[in-house]
Design a protein around this ligand. Sequence first.
Ligand code: DC
Length: 219
Amino acid sequence: MGYVVTIDGPAASGKSSVSRELASRMGWKWLSTGAFYRGLAYVANEEGVPLEDEEALVKLSQSPIWSIAMQPERTEVIYRDQKVTDEVAKDQVGLWASRVSALPKVRTSLLKNQRDCEKNSHGLVAEGRDCGSVVFPQALLKVYLTADQVQRATRRAQDLGMSVEETTVSQRIRDHQDSTRKSAPLQVPEHAWVVDTTHLTLAQAVAMIEKRIRESMKE
Ligand code: DC
């Protein structure tokens, strides 16, 4: 089994940028587990499956019509032989993803697919909401990234070309849904290292965490 480092945290806390850069520096694979929930929500919408129909979503979660591919720059979502990663990144799909991710059977169904991403790799950086608590509880290092709400909404607005008002609204809905759901809610995993990125640059956050990973590997 290779090394696993998990980076969890709320929407737009910097998880993707930090974890992608860390994976690149370590020469490891990178996985954005949100791609599974976003991909499923997107495909459900395309296929006319209601976002509340748990049984149908479980079936769709294992359907060969869509898949995930880990790339160094992004976690691709492929649907009917087309890359739909750009569509899946949209804010609306994030809100749908948050809804389907609250369904316990959907989470259980996607768990094995997420864990399989660690196979045959020397190392993996996985980011999401429950990577340290549920998906990879054996992780070498568990990080919980956070940042104040205004800062997060501003970053997201810049990334998606939206107004800060719009991203603030969807972020509040998502944070609430993700942290109050019964099944694997967003939480600080036990023994996680909490890093507040409000006043840190990307380079500073990455450097701090990389140092800690390398120390943990020597222990
Ligand atoms: O990280 P993201 O924005 O791509 O995640 C989209 C949604 O997917 C998020 O609002 C909640 C859900 N999610 C989850 O429940 N567990 C994860 N490990 C990752 C994402």
